[in-house]
Each structure stands twice: as structure tokens, then as C-alpha cells.
Design a protein. Structure first.
Length: 96
């Protein structure tokens, strides 16, 4: 289960350029020179973070992405996406 107190944000929003095509997101990180291709789920999480004025919890992101067909695993999936986005430098967890 996800840590309910952990909050996430975009790591460096000023250095990111992104576009969405057919459910996939392409994100260019000018800071590192890397380009990332995100699938629909990762792209939706990324879009939620980049559109937020404050850091978000997994629960808050889940509310925006809830799909009745997700089978109840959405929070775990979002936590895994956030961890992956953190690993590639696009997202960051706020210090607790």
C-alpha cells in the first residue's frame, strides 16, 4: 500500500517540454538532454503532477484517474509509476 503521507511533484517543471499523441507522452528534459516516452498511465500521472500547483499524494492522483475497470490496483500502479518517474528524474517525493 502507498504511503499516504508522501507527496509528489514534478522535479524541474521549468526544464520540461512535453506533448501527447494518441495516449502516449513524449517528455524532453532540457536539464539532462534526455527524452522520455511515457505510456498512457505514466503520462496521465505526469499530467496530473505538472498541472498541480502543489505536491500531490497518491490518493489525490488516484481520484483524478479513477477508472471502474482498474480492479482496485490503481494506487499501487500509481505508486510504481511515481517511483519510475523519480528514477528518471521527472518526479520527486517531498521530504517527510
Amino acid at each position: 500500500m502507498a504511503d499516504a503521507t508522501r507527496r509528489w511533484r514534478i522535479a524541474t517543471p521549468a526544464g520540461l517540454t512535453w506533448r501527447e499523441w494518441d495516449g502516449e507522452f513524449v517528455v524532453r528534459d532540457e536539464r539532462t538532454g534526455n527524452t522520455h516516452l511515457l505510456d498512457a498511465r505514466a503520462g496521465a500521472v505526469f499530467a496530473n503532477l505538472i498541472g498541480a500547483d502543489v505536491a500531490l499524494s497518491v490518493s489525490e492522483i488516484t481520484l483524478g484517474l479513477r477508472d471502474p475497470s482498474d480492479g482496485g490496483n490503481l494506487e499501487r500502479e500509481i505508486e510504481a509509476v511515481l517511483t519510475a518517474l523519480e528514477r528518471i528524474g521527472l518526479a520527486a517525493a517531498e521530504p517527510t
